[in-house]
Ligand binder design. Sequence first.
Ligand SMILES: [Zn+2]
Length: 498
Amino acid sequence: MKGPWFARNLRKWAKAYIEDRDNLPVHLYGSSATSRIDDEGFAAEIQLHLQSIGKFIRALDIVHYLSDPEVQKRHGLKKTVSLATAQRWMKKLGYRWKKEPKGQYSDGHEREDVVYYRQHIFLPAWANLQSRMRIWEHNNVNIEEIRSHTTRRVVVWFHDESTFYANDRRKLRWVHIAEGAVPQPKGEGASIMVAHFISADYGWLQSPDGKETARILFKAGKNRDGYYTSEEILKHTKQAMDILDKYYPDDEHVFVFDNATTHVKRADDALSARKMPKAPSQGWGVEVTVTNDDGQPLYGPNGKPMKRKVPMAPGRLHDGCLQPLYFPEGHLKAGWFKGMGQILEERGYDKEWVRKLRAQCGKNFNCLPGARDCCCRRVLFNEPDFVNVESRLETFCRERDFSVLFLPKFHCKLNFIEQCWGFAKRVYCHYPPSSKEVDLERNVITALDSVPLESHQETGEVLTKVYLALYILIILEMALISIILLVRKMMLDNRCFS
Ligand SMILES: [Zn+2]
């Protein structure tokens, strides 16, 4: 606390400043008020300690460091410093609180395919689900319990993975002024990846008593738990479906995943025209990696993953019937791959036309832009069943009557689980630092459990509004286009009459 002496001075400085705007009080560093951090030895020791922590350092780390009795004894301190002092010292030591000086993040929001997916697939699907969702108001009030008694309520579960670092990973951090655009590679400390599902209706996906949970803690990296592969995501989703079937069988459940390659991965034998020959071919198939029961690849004596050939899954004809891609038993070429020519003929394309059609345009399949019937491969590429191949995840869930919706690429902000990670991480970074794995795991779990259900429901509601706004935008856009077309048509008509 500052005493009356300081108050008197303040008054004096203020008066002086009002009279003369250049008259600012000057702090006399080096005379009486030298800061401890000005001591080079001391500053070096603090620097060294901060560097040992790694990339995600906090001013709080200085506070913690100086609360160690050993350190206090060495420097003749009676107590540690305040957080405010530590923050001032960070600046003196050359750190600035700012975003990581990393490369540019390219934004793909407006990429054509992304816009198409967002406008024509994702938002209509969402609008359709929304009519059957519970609606939440502020203060945790469910304003519309159920709209139609004939349909089941839809519960949307957002999936995501997030990594918690022992030293708290953030984008905004203390960055040393000497640090260039390339961040120091070492030491983010031990880490745990959490994969989980969350809904606005029930919170984290778990049994009502919390004993069974879909939370997965994963120590990613070599020599730890391996990596979160597309096999892992299937296992994880199965765990979620088991809990939902058991405890929430009355709702209709939809899983929302982001567009990561591990999520949208198709089955190895999925329909693809990419490598098909045009003529019938014996032994043609898809090369797949041999795996063990856990989905981990098996390696051959040469150290490379072992491969084997499997037949490609059948296609689907326009009438919905399956179209096997291999000649049946009893055929002259039984078991042979039919080839693109035969496949197209069976789909009703003219035999003569197909016979003359080349297999593909150029060596690199570089058809003219917009061409649709220039070569066999292009025609097959545009067949509905070749376009709409399901991901493994979709097939896996559909078989158990669950649905899957993928977020548009580059739109991970639409996943409200992000706010929940944010909440949990704010709690988490207040725990005392520890790089012990047990502490890390316990801290992560308690931080996750601290996310209140109300915040899901409110974010759920906010999110609903965001989707609604996007949807209205599309409708307006479509209306505008129709009006423009109509006006143009009228103008043309007028020109004809006059
Ligand atoms: Zn072509």
